[in-house]
Write a protein that binds this ligand. Structure first.
Ligand code: C2R
Length: 162
């Protein structure tokens, strides 16, 4: 089976309810993806292999979600030149600020495009991936434009009581 353009990876099964937001949006936009649980802490060899083969397999964007000591996105960025979009998972102890800072503060040379905490960040990660892929795919660019127009049109001009 050929490699899809997007890889959605996450540190744990417990991240899936959040990361599913990214998958749902990619579905809506007709973008193929694969999903994997990869942890820098718990499955370092899996992380190594995934990062080492990402470019040669044909992945074009990696969306990486992790919570707490969220080293996965940064470690993946250190292992592959494929752009990594990081999603900080909302945590109970520190409200996801731990995840956010862990992903955001990368040293020079190994960037991670860091999204907002939680589900909105996961959705935006998919839209960011779509925008990157749309640079080379006019049909996808048209679908993304239509999606944005529809969202804009759905916003009421004035608030209602219920
Ligand atoms: N941050 C990381 C990494 C990593 O960065 O490699 N691996 C797992 N985790 C995170 O641990 C949290 C709790 O995981 P469990 O629910 O499995 O205990 C998850 O949010 C996961 O992303």
């Amino acid at each position: 089976m050929s490699t899809p353009p997007v890889g959605i990876i996450m540190g744990s099964q417990s991240d899936w309810p959040t990361m599913r937001e990214a998958a749902t949006l990619l579905d809506e936009l007709g973008i193929a993806y694969e999903t994997r649980i990869v942890s820098a802490h718990r499955t370092p060899d899996r992380l190594w292999d995934y990062g080492k083969t990402a470019a040669e397999r044909g992945l074009q964007v990696i969306i990486a979600g992790a919570g707490g000591a969220a080293h996965l996105p940064g470690m993946m960025a250190s292992k592959t030149r494929v752009p990594v979009i990081g999603v900080p998972i909302l945590t109970k102890a520190l409200s996801g600020v731990d995840s956010l800072y862990s992903i955001l503060q990368m040293p020079r040379g190994y960037p991670v495009a860091t999204m907002a905490i939680g589900a909105p960040g996961a959705a935006n990660a998919a839209l960011m991936a779509a925008g990157i892929l749309a640079l080379q795919e006019p049909a996808l660019a048209a679908r993304l434009d239509a999606w944005r127009t529809a969202l804009s049109a759905s916003i009421p001009e004035a608030p209602t009581d219920d």
